[in-house]
Design a protein around this ligand. Sequence first.
Ligand code: 3PG
Length: 213
Amino acid sequence: MTPQQASLHAREIAALAPIIPVLVVDDVAHARPLAEALVAGGLPALEVTLRTPAALDVIREMAKVPGGVVGAGTLLTPEDVQAAKEAGATFGVSPGATDRLLDACEEADLPLLPGAATATEAMRLLERGYTMLKFFPAEASGGAPALKSIGAPIPQISFCPTGGVSMKNANDYLSLPNVLCAGGSWVAPKDAVESGDWARIETLAREAAALPR
Ligand code: 3PG
């Protein structure tokens, strides 16, 4: 898959909903009901971070949920790419970008949303053909004003800001012309996942899905 094809696919995923939930799931038993609640609330694109021992099994389970589009986050190495692909992830997300990781995703046909936080990082990815990037860590890197500033000289790149995004500031990002969607973990709070409060998660998803953009 070429970088251009990967970015096209990433744009299609971004178009599904204003928010991509960023999920850290410890217990595989939570995978199905969590994905079902988020999809029911209107957030079909799900990023499962590879930060827990259960993550690959969680991807396998979530991939069975009708209407869900399941990706793997925190991709750092070619081994992560292979494992994510084998588990059934249909897209990948990384906090930054290295040539090894980009090569691995392109070879594995896994569309990647690569991370960038500066104009130079964004320009390097643009040179390689990527036009849809994750802006990470969004709030710590200057938030919506920083992304707006990057958009002035480089309007051809679109972003999914992630890291510190919440219902309070999501509109600041989503109203920018170079933002297609945002990522965030707030729609699946740890305590709600652990107590199985799927109704609360569905409500949070519904609120996030209704954000204008
Ligand atoms: C991540 O990759 O951890 C995301 O940036 C999530 O950030 P958040 O927890 O601030 O939404």
